[in-house]
Design a protein around this ligand. Structure first.
Ligand code: AHR
Length: 828
């Protein structure tokens, strides 16, 4: 599958341009020259394999100013992806082989092949030199060459001049492409100096209407940035299960006692935890408290516990006391920052095994950051676990439910599907960290909490049941994504164990049957008959006897396309296809819009005839502006596309009018290609202020407030105004400049449910665009106009809505930097 953009045309032109200045001195073009391949030592080869050429082995010229032709992909981001002593050779068929050492030990090797040094096949890793014909063997020794004034060590070989010439043009092409991708509105004053208002004639051709996906806008949910615990999941007690696990790199105090303390005589001390008599094997830790009147056990919640005056809160805990103990009352209080009580209730505990106790507290005041305080009226050893506090007002009032304001903000997007649980959380940091759905269902105390890939704790309280229920509540199709039997491609690696549980590892093949069965069981959990299947029965017991009607399942997330991945994916795919042919399986094609995993992933998915693949790309606004034809050239006979993660990223990662409009512009091209692009979801979705691992996100929040971004409104305007039929339209713009034309996006769709026609107009220019809309012949009809506009750096812009008439539309003017959504309610 070849996806050269319109830049391809430019590349073709480049081949006929005079070559760069440093080549001029050998314009009589030798038949052959020397190629020098090396990696720079000062960055431990992180910038990859570099190339230089020379006519005589004396004067060396860099090819691409240090461009890394292939970078090592082994290990976790940042620290591990290194390349030592790369050795480039070529076999008798002309295939290039590059082999390098992965670390200073020199024992572990990486290897990759390329037909042309520009495109590289997937990398392999070895515990010893990969051997003959792979770039390792050979009599050459490393030589020194001075490239750009720096002495480098590498290998030399003779190659035809035309190969170097091709590489030089390739880097020129990349440089040009980078320039386009770096297009930013901050350059607009200069770029568009003197630009007069533009006119657009948009003539709709309803007779050429064609069906498009009605599920284009969905949401990507991942427990990143405290999206679940401390976020969408309404639990107010942090570390309710005492399962926070200490680990290297954890924040100070991040352990089983995190967010808890014992208070006595005005002084706090750490809690004591034990594991001897757990409430459940999956939840081994509990607090052991020598309780006595005057002492208290306190929890600070997630940045405090925010309370609303008059609202009720469900408190619960599990308690046990050694036989023979005298039980008694434990007062449960909520205290404001001054220690003043704002709510009170009590529970009774007694000797014997674990028992659940509950109480309801009513807040007497609004409090931003309250503390939960358990105050015993008894003396004795008390064991407590699963200490929980939930607002009764959750979304739709569900027990163990979701935070109402955040959930409503998601519902307001009108998402047609919801992805869960990631992202990288789905496949985890190493195989032991893969998200296992069975750990997330059933009684809360039996769920198996774990540290998530983003470095904090997941209770899995917002598990698969809560997820399916939320999808049903908001009318979104569930789209679970499960690991393809391999962990995150950026998992840490275990030294000396290349193919074990880390990045390159996979679930051992002898365990794969059970893993495949787990995935099939999820389908039963969602859709099965409770009378026939134990997982379906579990769903019914959780309160949902009817099926959730699962139709999609994603397998894999941005995985490296290696034999280990392929073998496991194929097993899972075939098993689902055989048993549940009605389920659409979505494959994965790497983390970028091009490159090795993208190409290998597409090839693999096409061969297996996977119905849909999940593409991810976080790119600059300039990329989105200049790649609106990305899907126009996709092969219609190949798998469909789920653009599962995307966002426009500016250097300081704001979410502003510039990024929101770049996304809006691109979405016009997605609607145009809605025959092959079936779904899209912006990522990430949620971010708690003060706890973000990733920016930008769609919705920021703290305990009190939800703060949708400008990008949120792009998604909402598209989500609330989606269609299922695309109406092609001719565009006539009175300015022939390409960079002007590319800043104007148009899309016309019809929604068959309402009969409404929806016109989306995006103007990323600093001048207004007068728009004449032709081809929609109706004389009368009510029109709802919504406009999102602002200066490019504006982070507060909100859509403005008004009702207008069809006549007003005949001369509509798009404001500078705006998205206009025109919904025409045509009389039926
Ligand atoms: O959206 C944040 C992360 O980006 C996802 O977890 C991962 O899939 C991608 O790399």
């Amino acid at each position: 599958m070849k996806h050269l953009t319109h830049l391809a045309a430019l590349c073709a032109c480049l081949t006929s341009l005079p070559v760069a200045a440093h080549v001029q001195e050998v314009m009589n073009e030798p038949d052959s020259v020397y190629l020098f391949s090396y990696a720079t030592v000062n960055d431990a080869g992180r910038s990859g394999l570099k190339l230089a050429w020379s006519p005589d082995t004396e004067r060396w010229f860099s090819i691409g100013n240090g461009y890394g032709y292939v970078k090592c992909d082994y290990g976790a981001w940042g620290a591990e992806k290194r390349m030592f002593n790369p050795h480039l050779t070529r076999d008798e068929k002309g295939l290039w082989h590059c082999a390098w050492q992965l670390n200073e030990s020199g024992k572990e090797w990486g290897q990759a092949t390329s037909p042309d040094l520009m495109k590289w096949n997937p990398q392999s890793y070895y515990l010893q030199s990969p051997g003959e014909g792979t770039g390792i063997q050979g009599s050459e020794t490393r030589k020194k060459a001075v490239v750009e004034g720096v002495v480098e060590q590498g290998y030399m070989q003779k190659v035809a001049w035309e190969e170097v010439d091709r590489l030089l043009k390739f880097v020129d092409y990349r440089a040009y492409r980078d320039q386009l991708h770096n297009e930013r509105t901050e350059q607009d004053a200069q770029r568009f100096a003197g630009l007069a208002p533009v006119s657009l004639q948009l003539t709709v051709r309803p007779e050429e209407a064609r069906p498009i996906s009605d599920k284009l806008i969905g949401i990507f949910f991942e427990d990143i940035n405290y999206g679940a615990d401390g976020g969408l999941y309404a639990e107010l007690v942090q570390n309710r299960d005492f399962e926070y696990t200490p680990k290297e790199g954890s924040a100070q105090g991040w352990d089983h006692g995190y967010a808890w303390s014992v208070w006595e005589n005005g002084k706090s001390s750490a809690i004591q935890v034990a594991t001897e008599h757990p409430l459940h094997a999956n939840n081994p830790h509990y607090v052991v408290w020598q309780a006595k009147p005057g002492s208290s056990l306190r929890n600070t919640g997630f940045d405090g516990i925010t309370l609303k005056k008059g609202e009720k809160y469900d408190f619960s805990l599990f308690a046990s006391m050694p036989e023979g103990s005298k039980g008694g009352k434990v007062v449960v209080r909520l205290l404001d920052a001054q220690g003043k009580e704002v709510a009170q209730a009590s529970v009774k505990v007694k000797a014997g095994d674990w028992k659940k106790q509950t109480a309801v507290l009513t807040a007497q005041a609004d409090v931003e950051a309250a503390v939960l305080s358990l105050e015993p009226e008894l003396t004795g050893e008390l064991h407590l676990d699963m200490i929980s506090l939930f607002p009764q007002k959750t979304f739709k009032g569900h027990k163990n439910g979701l935070r109402a304001d955040l959930a409503q903000t998601l519902a307001d997007l009108h998402p047609r599907f919801m992805r869960f649980p990631g992202g990288c959380v789905a496949h985890g940091n190493g195989i032991d960290n893969i998200y296992r759905w069975k750990n997330s269902v059933g009684p809360l105390e039996a769920r198996k909490p774990m540290r998530n890939l983003w470095g904090y704790h997941q209770t899995l309280g917002l598990g698969y049941f809560e997820y399916f229920q939320f999808c049903e509540d908001i009318g979104a199709e569930p789209l679970p994504v499960l690991a393809a039997g391999v962990p995150c491609q950026n998992s840490a690696c275990i030294p000396g164990k290349l193919l074990s549980g880390g990045q390159q590892g996979g679930i051992p093949m002898e365990e794969m049957d059970a893993y495949v069965q787990d995935i099939l069981d999820l389908i039963e959990y969602a859709n099965g008959d409770p009378k026939k299947n134990k997982w379906a029965k579990m769903r019914a017991e959780a309160g949902h006897p009817k099926p959730f009607n699962l139709k999609y399942i994603g397998i894999g997330n941005e995985d490296l396309i290696t034999p280990i991945f392929e073998e496991r994916f194929e097993m899972i795919f075939k098993a689902i296809k055989e048993k549940y042919p009605e389920i659409t399986v979505i494959g994965t094609v790497g983390p970028f819009y091009e490159g090795t995993d993208y190409e290998a992933g597409w090839k693999f998915a096409s061969r297996l005839q996977v119905p849909m693949v999940d593409e991810h790309y976080y790119n600059t606004p300039g990329w989105f502006i200049n790649n609106q034809d990305y899907y126009d050239r996709y092969d219609r006979s190949k798998p469909k596309v789920y653009l599962g993660e995307y966002a426009a990223h500016l250097p300081s990662r704001p979410n502003n009018i510039e990024t929101a409009l770049a996304e809006a512009l691109y979405l016009t091209s997605v609607e145009r290609n809605g025959d092959i692009v079936s779904m899209t979801s912006y990522a990430p979705l949620l971010a708690k202020e003060g706890h973000t691992q990733w920016n930008p996100d769609l919705i920021y929040f703290n305990n009190k407030e939800v703060k949708p971004t400008v990008g949120y409104y792009t998604q909402q305007l598209y989500g609330q105004n989606s269609g299922d039929t695309y109406l092609p339209a001719d565009r006539k713009i009175d300015n022939s400049r390409q960079d002007v034309q590319r800043r104007i996006g148009t899309s016309v769709v019809r929604d068959s449910k309402t009969g409404d026609v929806i016109v989306k107009l995006v103007n990323l220019l600093p001048v207004p665009v007068k728009t004449q809309l032709n081809g929609l012949t109706q004389e009368e009809g009510q029109v709802t106009l919504q406009v999102l506009s602002g200066t490019p750096t504006d982070q507060q812009a909100r859509p403005v809505k008004k009702e207008i008439s069809l006549k007003d539309l005949s001369q509509y003017e798009m404001p500078a930097y705006s998205l206009s959504v025109i919904r025409i309610h045509l009389p039926k």
